[in-house]
Write a protein that binds this ligand. Structure first.
Ligand code: FNR
Length: 339
């Protein structure tokens, strides 16, 4: 709950880099709004919407209420949803209900489990079983752990454990950052381990350096700007796919996404889906479940509007459109040799 409170209090900087990305207007789109389809694929999973309610919470009584309300919104709008780290329930099974509620509320929806890269295969199997999960997210949050006084300090064996989980979890595995961004070198290693879906988890939205600093007696605020923005992390991970010639790897763009224009830009750059955590939480906690359902419905309508204007009837068509990358994102790509 401390994470929830600090995330809401600190908000999002809006510096996720999407101002650098310019969609190219098309005055002859040649399609009808009626023909727009929002479904997308993440590996073998078919999602009816490209928006995913990303991992946040579970483990305490109040978090069960949040998960219940998020699950209602996910069910009513057809969104896939991830729970927060299930390590609390693995260590303390009495708290499992705060996660299971998501499956109870939404028996036929797409639900993702969530654990950190310290998880063993056995723990991963329990996490999937707990929710009858359709997929498992493994989060990478090294900088968050290092700032947390009680956090991990030993990061050996992460890739090896991820590889074992990918091979034997029995469901698709999504490896995600939590807001510090992933770069090409890391993405290449993950793809090399068999990971079929990467969530870039870039900076510019919920800031876990700032959140953990707010929980420290002696804050290390000089780390609050650590990491790479979502626009840049997305370009980095897409470059890893390109260099390895692995067009089958799905990329999810998370980090500071708060509206349809950013969603559309991320999809046009090449993401198959976008994750939203802080923005979902804010609407839910300030205005309630019905308001969240209305907000998600508006995002869908606005995305349809943008896709009509761009002449893209499906998400895959967005991937083929021209796009202009400017300013810091362009400079970064040029320095890093990203096309
Ligand atoms: C998170 N996030 C997160 N991620 C994860 O993999 N496991 C977790 O347990 C949590 N917990 C969590 C709690 C809260 C309150 C928030 C807001 C977020 C990270 C989340 O999934 C996402 O990667 C980041 O928040 C960046 O996205 P936004 O918030 O900028 O849209």
């Amino acid at each position: 709950m401390e994470h929830v409170h600090h995330a809401l209090r600190l908000g999002q900087s809006g510096e996720q880099g999407f101002r650098d990305i310019k969609l190219v207007h098309n005055c002859l789109p040649g399609i009808s709004s009626e023909s727009i389809a929002l479904y997308t694929r993440i590996g073998e999973l078919l999602l009816s919407s490209p928006i995913v309610i990303n991992a946040m919470t579970g483990g305490a009584r109040e978090t069960e209420e949040i998960n219940r309300e998020l699950a209602v919104a996910a069910r009513e709008t057809g969104l896939a949803m991830a729970v927060g780290s299930q390590m609390a329930a693995i260590k303390n099974p009495e708290t499992a209900e705060s996660y299971r509620i998501v499956r109870k509320i939404n028996p036929r929806g797409i639900v993702f489990g969530n654990l950190g890269s310290e998880a063993t295969l056995e723990q991963a199997l329990r996490a999937v079983d707990m929710l009858q999960a359709d997929g498992l997210q493994i989060h990478l949050n090294v900088m968050q752990e290092l700032i947390m006084p009680e956090g991990d300090r030993d990061f050996r064996g992460m890739l090896e454990r991820i590889q074992t989980i990918v091979q034997r979890a029995g469901v698709p595995v999504i490896v995600k950052e939590v807001g510090f961004g992933m770069v090409r070198e890391s993405a290449e290693k993950l793809i090399g381990c068999g990971v079929g879906c990467i969530d870039v988890g870039g900076a510019g939205g919920t800031n876990f350096a700032a959140i953990e600093n707010a929980r420290r007696d002696l804050p290390m605020d000089w780390l609050n700007d650590w990491g790479c923005r979502t626009s840049i992390a997305l370009m980095e991970v897409l470059e890893a796919k390109r260099r390895l010639d692995r067009q089958d790897v799905a990329v999810v763009a998370t980090g500071g996404i708060t509206g349809a224009l950013e969603i559309c830009k991320a999809l046009t750059l090449g993401a198959s889906a976008v994750g939203m955590a802080g923005a979902m939480l804010r609407v839910l906690r300030t205005s309630g479940t019905e308001a969240l359902i209305e907000q998600i419905t508006s995002w869908h309508q606005e995305l349809r509007l943008l896709m009509t204007a761009l002449g893209a009837s499906r998400i895959e068509v967005l991937h083929e459109l021209p796009i202009v990358i400017t300013s810091e994102t362009a400079e970064w790509c040029s320095v890093r040799g990203i096309d």
